[in-house]
Write a protein that binds this ligand. Structure first.
Ligand SMILES: [Zn+2]
Length: 182
């Protein structure tokens, strides 16, 4: 967890990191870092091939502290697998619809995400945005996503002065949300 904190907070880190978490002992295993697509300059990551394990990745400080739509897509294509996204602002936990969504639900989720992405991209590129304001948008996104059947939650860390307590909170939620088989 200490290393994860460095990966999401350091101004010198501009890449994503990816891996899996063993539920048995909550050990975090790193399997790779993001590569850059030479055609469009976008970062991408290869998720590990450990279908039984919880998948995690990071967004560095230089990137948004919210999931990309590719991340959400990955979440619902990996049925039953919990995805964890670590960012400087907090931790996202998500796990698809329970089945591949129909076009209607896929579109609803996309529009909801598109709204969050636009509003947070705009606001965080200006000065004067607050944690509370960002959380208002995040809450709206999360409740809409949950209402249409996509399980996602966000554990913000901006008030956690006690890092060990925050780490324990995240671990407990991961344990509660991930499937039992290992
Ligand atoms: Zn991502």
């Amino acid at each position: 967890m200490n290393q994860i904190r460095h990966l999401v907070n350091s101004p010198n880190v501009n890449f994503e990191t990816v891996g899996y978490i063993r539920k048995k002992n909550m050990s975090i295993v790193q399997t790779g870092v993001s590569k850059t697509n030479t055609r469009n300059g976008r970062k991408y990551i290869n998720f590990p091939n450990h279908k039984k394990h919880i998948q995690w990745h990071t967004h560095p400080q230089t990137d948004g502290f919210w999931p990309s739509f590719e991340d959400l897509n990955k979440g619902y294509n990996d049925q039953g697998i919990l995805h964890v996204l670590f960012t400087r602002f907090g931790t996202w936990l998500f796990r698809g619809f329970g089945k591949i969504p129909d076009t209607f639900h896929h579109d609803l989720l996309y529009h909801n995400w598109d709204w969050l992405n636009l509003v947070l991209t705009n606001r965080t590129s200006q000065t004067g945005w607050t944690d509370t304001e960002a959380m208002t948008y995040i809450h709206q996104f999360v409740s809409t996503a949950n209402r249409i059947g996509f399980h996602i939650e966000f554990l913000h860390n901006f008030k956690s002065t006690d890092i060990n307590k925050y780490t324990q909170l995240v671990k407990n939620r991961i344990a509660q949300l991930s499937p039992l088989q290992e």
